[in-house]
Ligand binder design. Structure first.
Ligand code: AMP
Length: 249
């Protein structure tokens, strides 16, 4: 079974993002970039399926600038077999990403497609669902457990108030939640080996997908800075301030 994992290059989760002075977007100059953490969980799950003898090939795909090769190489070092970069410098909306992924799915014909539940830069939480609509494949979102059983995959989903398990006919789309697994670190020998693994670079044009956007970002603003707090001396003082100053009780 071939597994395709979509990985996005995003600002590293440890970085405190800054908004550009002209409010046109987030400043990416000299900022550490990494693989989106939920995508890392997808790569880990695909590799575990390969280690169990269920997956035969793990292909990773990223859509973004040439530098996204770094994240693809990381995925190869973690254990993926092959990578595809759809090189594109435009700011992409989820629907365009989903259309590009659909074109890759048409070419690659994977049985299982893994995506993160959300990208931590745009917080969209929609690419997997859109890909589900475009392909017509079954989808299991927010997965905390994935078990392939014959021609089905059972996905346990984290939903409000509990866990729901659904059986999806393959081919299927799964989006990963935080508790699905704990991704491994790449070892130095594997990082070296990954340099020799195949990484194909293609363009959106070659997939027949236009990347022209129908949405324009008007403004990006940093959240208002919080004023410093104060220390109160007693519970009585706290209650008095909540009542008379903050007026919340
Ligand atoms: P989003 O819907 O933007 O929150 O992203 C959800 C998931 O879609 C990510 O975790 C990735 O698996 C996938 N995805 C989004 N954008 C890209 C991209 N540019 N390249 C590859 N995968 C992507």
């Amino acid at each position: 079974m071939k597994v395709l994992v979509a990985v996005k290059r995003v600002v590293d989760y440890n970085v405190k993002v800054r908004v550009k002075a002209d409010n046109s977007g987030v400043d990416l100059a000299n900022v550490k970039m990494s693989m989106n953490p939920f995508c890392e969980i997808g790569v880990e799950e695909a590799i575990r399926l390969k280690e169990k003898g269920i997956a035969t090939e793990v292909v990773v795909v990223s859509i973004g600038p040439n530098a996204a090769q770094e994240q693809l190489r990381t995925a190869l070092a973690l254990g993926a077999d092959r990578a595809i970069l759809v090189e594109c410098n435009d700011e992409l909306r989820s629907l365009t990403v989903a259309k590009l992924l659909k074109a890759v799915v048409d070419q690659e014909q994977p049985q299982l497609i893994m995506l993160g539940k959300q990208a931590i830069d745009s917080d969209n939480n929609q690419t997997g669902q859109m890909l589900g609509a475009l392909t017509g494949y079954a989808q299991g979102t927010f997965a905390s457990k994935v078990e392939v059983a014959g021609d089905k995959v059972n996905v346990t989903r984290e939903i409000d108030g509990g866990l729901q398990t659904v059986a999806l006919n393959l081919p299927a789309i799964v989006t990963t939640d935080l508790r699905l697994n704990e991704p491994r670190y790449a070892s130095l020998p594997n990082i070296m080996k990954a340099k020799k693994k195949p990484l194909e670079i293609i363009t959106p044009d070659s997939l027949g997908v236009s990347t022209a956007s129908t949405v324009t970002t008007l403004k990006v603003e940093a959240p208002a800075t919080r004023s410093a707090g104060i220390k109160v001396k007693s519970v009585a003082e706290l209650v008095e301030k909540l009542k008379n100053e903050a007026k919340v009780i």
